[in-house]
Write a protein that binds this ligand. Structure first.
Ligand code: GAL
Length: 643
């Protein structure tokens, strides 16, 4: 598969850094810029938290420092990414709009004193954010040094999407009335006959928090969709304002394992997706892995977590994506914060490039000696001395410069597509049914199983273009609506828990998955505690989730007690009714890949491959060297060969 994604050839792989001129004396800006350029850095992101220094009092703008900073950085040869500062509304803003603060599930407003304290539904704050974006666009939209824009910073970080504020309540009622038209339709769609939950008017509907026991899942699901739409609108309003004032690309920096809003929807209004990659922080803070795994990869990060997000954000960015923030050393925010093994900053950077990143930008240039992130390392120490991360960044810059073949992102379509769908996450959060059923985890483990076989994977939205893929997987997909299976002759694996609900999070009639072409119905669902491992006849075990299947199908795999767990039609569509472990995944995937002519390899633990148009990259996440493919890859090392 070497279908190039058109139009990307013009972009070059390069490095960037996040910089906060407002946090340092002006006298050091010039020298900082010179040192960045000397290290091989081409991009510098500034401004995204600077509201209080740009507008210290309402309507009293202070631009001179930002004018100078942009001029100094640009004159040194750096391209500037300018951030809109809407993630950090200044203190005076709260006096203007006391009700703009987001409200948590217990009804408590979140306080000023850190960041992301706004509610996406608050019309007054939205107007302020757009006003600021417009002022910045008017001043810098045609500035030759400002080569890209970042809108806001990490939507959803610190658990900030769901807000139970008055503004959200008013907005939710309006959103519902537009969607359903009449209250009778909503009552019917949600099944409000149950527990006498019928409403007489949209005005009676509250937000689904603080109920005595669980609220109606349809109500929660609607609120989750509404909350996601608030983010999309918030972002779009700033994007629309900037579009009129600049031709530079618009970007947002998403986070790792933040799933509370639909990133694909936000991405439609932007030109480039980016994300903030903190592999060691994420390993301890965001993954349900064993203690052994976490110890083994303590200083390297999980071997699949970064790659998963690279592949996801490539789809969110419609092909164009960056790492906007790359961990350069210990962070400050995980339960424990070890230093990366020597080599890992380089490995993470090359891994991003191998997955198609145009830019890898380190967070941050110099460690702050004050405030919340003073323990977070950077490329320079707080005393301006070079830190380990800069050494490795410099090495990456030199490697890019030395080899023309490494300079373009060179993405090719992967043989395998894996569907990732945000509403499915909300559905199974709302109705887990088993205490540890998590959609992200299910999709991520599927991804890990594919990568353990050496496969390059494209992650796609449910409505993505499936043509050209040989193998398509859609685990845990709440509904199949929009999944264009008829456009493909690939081998398809749906399930577990795919196509079994409506968009309202109720049962479809007839029962799902309702696939024309695969006669298979889920007749009973069980969830199992993590200690229960169901042995399978192929190899390995399944667990957590077990669906009983009815229909006229061929059984490909079953439990040792004879219950069908992988079934197929007379073509190549499969339904999987259990959550497989790693061995079971291998036993399922290996023959299906072979039948499609997809090459698989048995990789050592912690070794991963990624194919681009012109190279095969090998990454060794292990703390010791590994012999593989006729070469020895050093601990925390990366190698590549032309292909
Ligand atoms: C990111 C954020 C940065 C900084 C960084 C620290 O989530 O965008 O501003 O806080 O984390 O690791």
């Amino acid at each position: 598969m070497t279908k190039s994604i058109e139009g990307l050839k013009a972009f070059q792989r390069s490095l960037g850094v996040c910089y906060y001129p407002e946090q340092w004396d002006r006298s050091v800006w010039q020298e900082d810029a010179r040192r960045m350029v000397e290290a091989g850095i081409k991009w510098v992101r500034i401004g995204e938290f600077a509201w209080s220094r740009l507008e210290p009092q309402p309507d009293k703008m202070v631009w001179d420092w930002l004018d100078d900073a942009i001029e100094i950085l640009g004159a040194a040869g750096l391209k500037v990414v300018l951030g809109t500062p809407s993630a950090t509304p200044p203190r005076w803003m709260i006096d203007c709009y006391p009700d703009m603060l987001a409200v948590d599930e217990k009804g408590q407003p979140r306080k000023f004193g850190s960041r992301r304290h706004y509610c996406f539904s608050h019309a007054g704050y939205r107007r302020e954010a757009v006003r600021m974006a417009r002022l910045m666009g008017e001043r810098y939209g045609r500035n030759p040094h400002v080569a890209a824009w970042q809108i806001d910073n990490e939507y959803g970080c610190h658990d900030t999407i769901l807000s139970y504020s008055n503004a959200a309540q008013v907005g939710f009622r309006d959103w519902l009335s537009q969607l359903y038209g009449s209250i009778a339709v909503l009552n019917e769609a949600w099944g409000n006959v149950f527990w006498s939950m019928d409403y007489d008017s949209f005005k009676q509907i509250e937000l689904p928090n603080m109920t005595v026991t669980e609220p109606n899942p349809s109500h929660v699901m609607a609120f989750r969709r509404f909350s996601s739409d608030q983010v999309v609108r918030f972002n779009k309003e700033q994007a629309d304002a900037l579009r009129e004032l600049t031709d530079a690309p618009l970007i947002h920096n998403y986070m790792g394992r933040v799933t509370e809003f639909d990133h694909y929807d936000v991405g439609l209004d932007l030109d480039i997706a980016s994300w903030d990659s903190y592999p060691i922080g994420f390993l301890s803070d965001r993954l349900e892995e064993s203690e052994d795994h976490k110890l083994r990869f303590l200083r390297q990060g999980d071997p699949d977590f970064q790659a998963f997000h690279h592949d996801l954000y490539r789809a969110v960015g419609k092909g164009r994506w960056w790492v906007m923030e790359q961990q350069p050393g210990p962070v400050n925010w995980a339960p424990f914060n070890p230093a990366p093994l020597d080599g890992m900053v380089r490995l993470w950077s090359w891994e991003a490039f191998a997955h198609g990143a145009e830019v890898v930008s380190y967070f941050r240039w110099r460690q702050a000696p004050f405030a919340q992130e003073q323990m977070h390392t950077a490329l320079l120490r707080p005393d301006h001395v070079e830190a380990r991360g800069l050494l490795e960044a410099r090495q990456v810059a030199a490697e890019i410069a030395a080899d023309e073949a490494l300079q373009a992102p060179a993405i090719v379509q992967a043989p395998v597509a894996l569907i990732f769908d945000y509403p499915s996450q909300w559905a199974w959060d709302t109705q887990p049914q088993g205490a540890d059923f998590d959609y992200f985890r299910l999709v991520f483990e599927t991804y890990r199983a594919l990568r353990a076989l050496g496969l390059s994977v494209d992650i796609l939205p449910k409505r993505g273009n499936l043509t050209g893929y040989k193998l398509i997987l859609a685990p845990g997909l709440m509904t199949l609506e929009g999944l264009a299976l008829s456009s493909t002759d690939a081998t398809v694996i749906l399930g577990p828990r795919s196509g079994v609900k409506t968009e309202e999070l109720t049962f479809p009639m007839p029962l799902g998955p309702n696939l024309v072409g695969l006669d298979c119905t889920v007749s009973l669902t069980q969830s199992l505690p993590p200690s229960v491992a169901v042995p399978l006849d192929i190899c390995g075990h399944g667990g957590r989730w077990l669906e009983s299947l009815e229909g006229d199908f061929e059984v490909v795999a079953k439990t040792q007690s004879g219950e069908a767990v992988l079934v197929k039609n007379d073509g190549k569509w499969h339904y999987l009714s259990i959550w497989p472990d790693a061995d079971a995944w291998r036993a399922i995937l290996t023959p299906l890949c072979a039948a499609e002519g997809i090459e698989t390899v048995a990789l050592p633990d912690g070794v991963r491959l990624r194919d681009t148009a012109n190279h095969r990259f090998v990454f060794n996440y292990n703390p010791e060297p590994v012999k593989w493919g006729g070469e020895t890859i050093p601990a925390a090392g990366v190698s590549w060969k032309k292909r």
